[in-house]
Design a protein around this ligand. Structure first.
Ligand code: GRF
Length: 209
């Protein structure tokens, strides 16, 4: 019986959420999972440095090296299967994954989004745009959500959410930072552990069938 789910983290940028996962793993907060690879679709993403520093394999797969989106996703999917990955964590991964890819890894992909879904999410809603939209709408509370990934952008089942107050004078950048510090960096490791536990349970139950 396996005791740890094999985790791949997919990134495109700075990787502060990846760092939160690495730190949580080191602190023993993800006992049912192990980050075995980090895959970036952007050359030189700082997240790759964070992975290497933690002794984790860091891989770059560029869409421009593949003929089409389909081939790009095939290369990623094959790399994940080759590494026997149980859970794919999207941590600031900016490529939208097709229905085909999502079906290939059904219930095995989770994502972190910097708002309380269903507010300020969906196609084109990423990065500072999300916080801009929250401030423009004048909401008093925002937050972060970790959810399963399905064929609808930010539409999969919600795993965890955490609220963050909007303060007078907040700018999009200030709000982004506070949502990360107060919500994202705590929520993603917690949700990852929850899903890893579930995967381990399912896999050991399957062994008895
Ligand atoms: C985070 O705000 C995350 O919620 C979103 O993309 C951003 C990634 O930041 N999906 P980082 O690369 O983890 O620092």
């Amino acid at each position: 019986m396996k005791d740890k789910a094999r985790i791949a983290v997919l990134v495109s940028g700075g990787g502060t959420n990846l760092q939160a996962l690495i730190d949580a793993q080191k602190a023993g907060l993800i006992p049912h999972g192990e980050i075995v690879t980090v895959i970036s679709n952007k050359e030189g993403a700082f997240a790759l440095e964070r992975a290497k520093k933690a002794g984790i394999e860091a891989v770059t797969i560029l869409k421009s090296d593949c003929g089409s989106t389909e081939e790009f996703e095939d290369v990623i999917g094959d790399s994940l299967e080759f590494r026997k990955i149980d859970l794919i964590v999207l941590a600031g991964f900016l490529a939208v994954l097709s229905e085909n890819f999502v079906k290939r890894f059904q219930n095995r992909i989770i994502n972190i989004h910097p708002s309380l879904i269903p507010s300020f999410c969906g196609d084109g809603m990423y990065g500072l745009r999300v916080h801009n939209a929250a401030l423009a709408r004048g909401v008093k509370v925002t937050g972060a959500t970790v959810h399963y990934v399905n064929e609808i952008t930010d539409g999969g089942e919600i795993i965890l959410q955490k609220a963050v107050d909007i303060l007078p004078g907040d700018t999009p950048a200030a709000l982004q930072k506070r949502v990360m510090e107060e919500a994202e960096w705590k929520l993603l490791p917690q949700a990852t552990e929850i899903v890893c536990q579930k995967i381990i349970k399912e896999t050991s139950a399957d062994e008895y069938l």
